[in-house]
Design a protein around this ligand. Structure first.
Ligand code: SAH
Ligand code: MG
Length: 202
């Protein structure tokens, strides 16, 4: 990964440790020649810089999907709330302006295509992908819905990545771990692991 992009990714607000971001970049780079990359959960674009860097090198694209109003745990009063991301006109969270700024600073405007909307709605109109990265809503219903809607989109030979997979409940919530187990049961094969990132091959 180009050092300037690696440095930028580390400055962007978000939830992706650098070692896990680099593992995501490697996964993207491996399969980007097969087709497009898809990310569920753009937030401010941190992980999109890692995946976008991989897509750009292969002449592919990254579709990054988010409604930009934040997950449950990002709303006011919750653990991951960031008051700077509240739109004063609506009182709602809006991370889209920061995402646009990140993509433009990274020079990835031609590579990273933001899609603003609900991930399952988008999935129902979406074709196949070389890589799908699931990092959207982390509650039981949203995580399982993302798995059901998006895992079938991974091309044979492509990769499914899931973030925040914690085997020990003391380290974090269950749903990402549950959908990782489901993927293995459904025949995805373990490919790489770094921190809480799991990558599987279809
Ligand atoms: N990948 C990001 C972090 C994503 S946080 C990073 O690298 O920092 C999870 C994001 O998922 C939030 O921005 C939230 O708005 C989004 N999200 C939650 N549920 C969603 C849904 N149903 N459809 C689209 N986006 C959703
Ligand atoms: Mg995450």
């Amino acid at each position: 990964m180009k050092p300037e992009l690696a440095a930028l990714a580390q400055r962007v607000k978000g939830f992706m440790p650098h070692n896990e971001g680099l593992a995501l970049y490697r996964a993207g780079a491996e399969v980007a020649a097969l087709g497009s990359l898809v990310e569920i959960g753009s937030y401010c674009g941190k992980s999109a810089v890692y995946l976008g860097a991989a897509a750009a090198e292969a002449g592919s694209v990254l579709f990054t999907i988010d409604h930009h109003h934040g997950s449950e745990e990002m709303q006011a009063g919750w653990e991951h709330h960031d008051a700077e991301l509240v739109d004063p006109r609506t009182g709602l969270m809006d991370s889209l302006p920061v995402l646009r700024q990140t993509i433009s600073e990274a020079g990835l405007d031609d590579t990273v295509v933001p899609i603003v909307g609900d991930s399952v709605t988008v999935a129902s109109h979406f074709g196949a992908a070389a890589l799908v990265f699931i990092d959207g809503g982390h509650g039981t219903a949203p995580a399982h819905a993302d798995y059901e809607a998006w895992s079938p989109k991974v091309r044979p030979g492509g990769l499914l990545a899931i973030h925040d997979v914690f085997a020990d409940p003391a380290d974090g919530g269950r749903p990402p771990y549950e959908i990782w187990l489901r993927a293995l049961e459904d025949g995805f094969v373990e490919h790489a692991a770094e921190g809480s990132l799991r990558v599987m091959r279809r």
